[in-house]
Design a binder for this molecule. Sequence first.
Ligand SMILES: [Zn+2]
Length: 180
Amino acid sequence: MFDRLPDWVDPARLASQAREIKGVLPLAEMPRLSAVLADSEGQATARFVFVRAAGLPDRLTGCVEAVLRVQCQRCLEAMDLPVSHALDARLVSEGTEAAAIPDHEDAVWVEARGLSLHTLVEDELLLSLPVVALHGEGSTCAEAALREFAQADVARAQREDDSNPFAVLQTLKEEGDKDR
Ligand SMILES: [Zn+2]
């Protein structure tokens, strides 16, 4: 079992020591995330590695994982959504011009007092939330949706069939007219 994740750290010092930091953080301690969850039971697990290479900006890599309880937008029941978000970003000091960071690189901004790992974990989990959460394939919810879809298909096919008898009558009538 991991210990509780520390909050404020000094990224430059950790990078100079090539440190790895692992820990857990209760979801209930992340107010912005809790606000969008069906309930905030459970905890996130995070692993961060601070990397320094000669001549290059310090980097932060790692992974944030959690099982989030969200509301399915189809059946409105709560569902467990496992999320796992990998991170590989450049550590950037506050005050650096955003333009100085290449477009393809993610940036983690470091404040004068350091880096809040708790805020970072919350940000990463918010980023990993889908726009619309739905129960997956094989669930009762997805099966019901498939059945509804199939029924709508049958109904449409029947509507098309219903129009056919008239078409047949029309053809018979035209043929009868020709014979007369
Ligand atoms: Zn559902």
